[in-house]
Design a protein around this ligand. Structure first.
Ligand code: MN
Length: 355
């Protein structure tokens, strides 16, 4: 039932590092989500239990709904204390990069990461890994990076070191990256792993409530507004669009992370196979794209073809420099282009069959 995804040779380097390395830095991507924080804290807690010095550094703040996680209080935010973080990265023996596979995803942390003489490992489940690491553990078929942390601890022969705290972090990452086991979670071994996590005594119902039932009133109203006032269903393309300006979002006192989940909602409409969400990021002077799709519709290709982005087949992101209106035009142009495509994974959107 349970087969480790890593060969022993794969983890041998890490094992050898564990013998001599004392100082570990764990880096994860900008806009950290449940899997980024979950996998990072799981590994960090494990290393600390082993008597190592370990710290998680994120480029920017993680959302509040993750702040209850074991070890979260020690997460360092690069944007807040760049000098201290740079020093930690510089002095690290080993840097573990979790839940991303190209250095652009850590933005301002990238310079000190590339400069550091530490041994560098990547543990990740996104396709097309970059080449800045001594050790690459890349498994796009995995549900989440958190699942891969579990595999790593097992491969290190340390299954018994998975404490309730570590299991809580791993479960949170798996739960959030699979939309509560709705997608990317068809492998029997994943449920075997969840069984082992439950055996450590985690409270999965409490984890669910802490992550998903912790929204502000403003966020609820923003979601309602997006559905009621912004949603456009382009029936002939089996696609839905939501576009929100900075002004619209400010009306609801939107905080970081409050727009999360909006892009998934239109997929609940019968016949919608791809959902696109455009939102203005005035601070950074650009428009951000989130894309979601069902089945084998490659929304990551829509993101890369028209919004200089990419990601997984069913979940992708991108960006656009220009106004929100221009981004919407770009979207319409993209749909127009796609309507001429011969690629069956794309042309299926235009058959307008309910399935
Ligand atoms: Mn992930």
């Amino acid at each position: 039932m349970f087969e480790n995804v890593f060969s022993q040779a794969d983890v041998q380097d890490f094992k050898v590092w564990m013998d001599w390395a004392e100082r570990y830095v764990i880096l994860t991507h900008i806009g950290p989500d449940g899997d980024a924080i979950g996998s990072s804290l799981a590994l960090c807690n494990y290393l600390k239990d082993k008597g190592k010095t370990a710290v998680v550094i994120t480029p920017d703040h993680a959302p509040d709904f993750l702040s209850w996680m074991p070890g979260f209080e020690n997460v360092m935010v690069f944007a807040e204390s760049p000098d201290e973080c740079e020093q930690l990265v510089d002095r690290a023996d080993v840097i573990c990069c979790l839940d991303f596979n190209e250095v652009g995803r850590i933005e301002k942390v990238a310079a000190s990461f590339l400069f550091s003489k530490a041994m560098k490992m990547m543990l990740d489940h996104h396709p097309f890994p970059g080449a800045n690491w001594n050790l690459v553990l890349s498994h796009p078929e995995a549900s989440s990076t958190s699942e891969l942390v579990f595999h790593l601890l097992c491969a290190l022969g340390d299954f018994r070191s998975v404490t309730t705290d570590i299991a809580t972090c791993i479960y949170t990452g798996i739960m959030t990256d699979t939309g509560c086991f709705a997608y990317s979670s068809s492998s029997p071994s994943l449920f075997f792993i969840v069984g082992r996590l439950l055996e450590t005594g985690i409270d999965k119902d409490a984890i669910y409530r802490r992550v998903f039932y912790s929204h502000s009133e403003g966020r609820m109203r923003l979601h309602g507004y997006a559905m009621c006032n912004s949603l456009e269903v382009i029936e002939r393309a089996s696609t839905a669009l939501i576009a929100l300006s900075d002004t619209e979002m400010k009306r609801f006192g939107v905080k970081k992370g409050d727009t999360e989940g909006i892009v998934n909602m239109p997929l609940q409409i019968l016949g919608v196979k791809m959902s696109i969400f455009l939102r203005e990021d005035r601070q950074r002077g650009l428009i951000r794209l989130s894309a979601r799709s069902v089945g084998n519709v490659p929304c990551n290709r829509f993101a890369s073809d028209f919004f200089s982005g990419g990601g997984h087949m069913n979940a992708a992101g991108g960006e656009f420099s220009g106004s929100l209106d221009e981004a919407v035009s770009r979207f319409r142009h993209g749909i127009e282009q796609w309507s001429k495509s011969d690629d069956p994974t794309i042309s299926q959107l235009f058959k307008n069959k309910h399935s």
